[in-house]
Write a protein that binds this ligand. Structure first.
Ligand SMILES: [Zn+2]
Length: 114
């Protein structure tokens, strides 16, 4: 059976991986963050990289997308609440709402999917 040597994305950052022979062993490493695996057998190095990469990266991307959607939904709800309440918010409540909005925007910015 032919071996599939296609490298999956990095499990940590989603970056592109490359594979090369280094003196006595095969290296498979992320070109962005340099995370990697090695093995004396090239086929085993590639298999180890791909076995580790797939579930973690796919799960994290799905989780990341869900969190971004949740943040967008919460921001929209806050905007709608402020439209409904207009100027009636007490200064203290307005500060709380502004802090929540800032926290959600920070979370959105930190959760960009490659
Ligand atoms: Zn990486």
């Amino acid at each position: 059976m032919p071996v599939d040597t296609t490298l999956k994305p990095c499990p940590f950052c989603g970056g592109v991986a490359s594979s090369y022979w280094h003196v006595t062993h095969q290296v498979v490493a992320c070109e962005t963050c340099t995370a990697g695996v090695t093995d004396a057998a090239p086929v085993k190095a590639i298999a180890a990289w791909n076995r580790r990469a797939a579930p973690a990266a796919d799960d994290l991307r799905a989780e990341n997308e869900r969190l971004r959607t949740d943040c967008a939904s919460l921001l929209a709800q806050i905007d709608a609440l402020q439209v409904n309440t207009g100027e009636d918010l007490e200064a203290e409540d307005r500060a709380i709402v502004d802090q929540i909005r800032a926290d959600l925007r920070d979370t959105q910015e930190a959760s960009h999917v490659r």
